[in-house]
Design a protein around this ligand. Sequence first.
Ligand code: ARG
Length: 492
Amino acid sequence: MERDHIRAGRLSEDRSADIASFLSSMDADRWIAEADLLVDIAHVTMLVEREILDKEEAQGMMRILLDFVEKGVPAEAFDIRYEDIHAGIEACLIRAAGEESGGRLHMGRSRNDEVATCIRMRLREEVIGLMGELAGLRDVLLDLAAVHQETIMPGFTHMQHAQPTTLSHHLLAFEAAFTRDFERLRHAFSRINQSPLGAAAFASTGFPIDREMTAKLLGFAGVEGNTMDAVSARDFLLEAIADCSILMTHASRCCEELIVWSSGLVQFVELPDAFCSTSSIMPQKKNPDTAEIMRGKAGTVYGSLVAALATMKGLPMSYNRDLQEVTPNLWKAISEARSSIRLLSGMYAGARFNRERMREESGRGYSTATDLADFLVREYRIPFRTAHTIVGRAVKKGGINLMMLERAALEVKGISLVDMGLTEDMIRNALDPVHAVAMRRGPGGPSPEAVRSSVKERRRLVRRDMAWLEGIRHSLSETKASLLRKAKEMLS
Ligand code: ARG
């Protein structure tokens, strides 16, 4: 490689490999190399359209830039002796096109607006990708929720048997959380998708550039107004990592549950072999390693968020090189989140839920005691607190049956339920988990009837969201194609 052309004027050459590699963002810049070419192309196109640059002056470098797009960014541009990919690409461009043309690329801009633009463009793609994974996961959960509308299972609070529910209801709870994660990213997307290009170092430029034009060429919805903010803001990225952190909380809770549910003690689910590992010594073992690693990854993603926040918090206006240290946290967080959500979908899709075990447990632990209390309220117009105390006392005395309830009622309230007409049959009926679930048919509730209409409604939402994603993907790829078409026209 030649010496770094950016340093050539002002600085001497004596720099150890140690310093060079400390300074270089090259590793993380692999994420934005391709975006950088598009930013270059849009910038040059705009300079020509605004007659800041002659077509003839631009043609040489445009030819090379298009060549790079076609064949990929040259390996040499990634040499860590360049401070970053922006310097690397410019150097390769100048070498191939000559300084007479290539040396004009960087007029009216800075690496500060350049890098912010590249990050936003790449992040835009990643967010759309992550939202696609989330929509897929929602779809898988809805498939399962549709299958398990009648699968009765125990619901838990404090990890204790609480009240029976349906597996469908339980899965729809996670689906609702992942839908909010999707929504959060959609909002983040609208803030990411604003162009900082043209802000230059921070003070914009005296050249009569057209920021609206480059924004449009690159598919941004608008322009970041204040040019100082445009180069120094990274909250769009913090927000994306925060969103990844929150969704990893949900993924981790799913994993925790799959781990517990697949244990020999619970046996509610069997995970697909592909997502499990075995032991090097205990030949019988089937361990839920994917779920465990994913639960761990949540911690890694939170780490990225804290690292990024901590790096940002002390920075004065406007660009400071510390910002370079923030970006890799973004790529780490978003790639971990994407693969986690993808694998979680696969894990759920291949999981086999054990209906019998769930049914068996659904009535355990007096899980329908509330329904009995409700029955007493309805049947005998006893205040709920009174019924709650009577049933609770019967449980404390050793069980729910007519004799215990009668004793409890006499003991705590001095009333006879038998005199009121309570029979063993009525108690058995009130305690039936299937009946208890069927009663809860209000919207959002667990009854087969309620979950059936929830599944239907949620399907409609996920279809709508998938269509939205498809529209964005389509318009981004159209924008790219039209930018490249425009650039090619310049060569003729
Ligand atoms: N690699 C740098 C970053 O990630 C690009 C911007 C460099 N700007 C500068 N003034 N040195 O932030």
